[in-house]
Design a binder for this molecule. Structure first.
Ligand code: AP5
Ligand code: ZN
Length: 217
């Protein structure tokens, strides 16, 4: 199965992809995470991506497709994937369709996570993650059960993303409306579009998504 999570920054793509990964044994493939890893490793792609990401713009299709294809070629991916933050442009969507067609596959479902713009800014601005395992938290919506200690791994170090300021979040939102939201029509046209009200709580959204996954796989 190839599932796409579509939605603006802060919609909960990463949060939900990780929950689906645990529940259904699918692999989360986040181009944002792959790009941040490339930036941290200082690869040529990472160096090119860094300034664009810090400004809240979109990294070039060329770089994104190269890192995604490398990841898709790894053996664990055969079980099925949840694409988190990809595709984000018409060019990426076309490239994905072609890549899948080459192995007789197609997109199983593209789920749009619908959230309003101001809620998204609040979610992004309060976010932090466990430095050891990457589990996501939020100052207001999802604190660790034991303060300062990761629920998943017990880690005690947390980090915040460089692009999680309110100002950069607005730029990311603009990029979403201009370049990514039009993909909703692309997937509707293919007959694979589903949508979920992502203004609900994390567990309610997870329940709705779980039903969709059970329905399409
Ligand atoms: P990326 O890492 O993909 O960031 P994004 O799309 O901006 O999405 P976020 O990770 O900010 O949000 P999310 O939807 O995953 O929400 P989360 O679950 O964390 O991309 C970063 C950058 O990389 C881009 O700006 C671009 O430069 C580049 N890039 C990446 N992919 C690219 C591509 N394909 N092409 C070009 N460039 C690309 O949730 C947010 C917070 O809210 C969390 O704290 C969470 O706990 C909380 N929360 C989640 N759900 C709920 C809920 N239902 N109720 C209350 N709180 C909630
Ligand atoms: Zn952890």
């Amino acid at each position: 199965a190839v599932l796409i999570l579509l939605g603006p920054p802060g919609a909960g793509k990463g949060t939900q992809a990780r929950m689906l990964e645990e529940r259904f044994g699918l692999i989360q493939l986040s181009t944002g995470d792959l790009l941040r890893a490339a930036v941290a490793a200082g690869t040529p792609a990472g160096l090119a991506a860094k300034t664009v990401m810090e400004a809240g713009g979109l990294v070039s299709d060329e770089i994104v497709l190269a890192i995604l294809q490398d990841r898709m070629a790894e053996p664990d991916v055969t079980a099925g994937v949840i694409l988190d933050g990809f595709p984000r442009t018409a060019g990426q969507a076309a490239a994905l369709d072609a890549l899948l067609a080459a192995s007789g596959q197609k997109v199983t479902a593209a789920v749009s996570l619908d959230v309003d713009d101001e809620a998204m800014i609040a979610r992004v601005a309060g976010r932090f993650t466990c430095a050891a395992c990457g589990e996501g938290y939020h100052d207001s919506f999802k604190q660790p059960a034991v303060s300062g200690c990761c629920d998943k791994c017990g880690g005690v170090a947390f980090k915040r993303r460089a692009d999680d300021t309110a100002e950069t979040a607005r730029a990311r939102l603009e990029a979403y409306h201009a370049q990514t939201a039009p993909l909703i029509a692309h997937y509707r046209g293919m007959g694979v579009l589903r949508s979920v009200d992502a203004m609900d709580g994390i567990d309610t959204v997870a329940g709705a998504l779980g039903s969709i996954v059970e329905d399409v796989t």
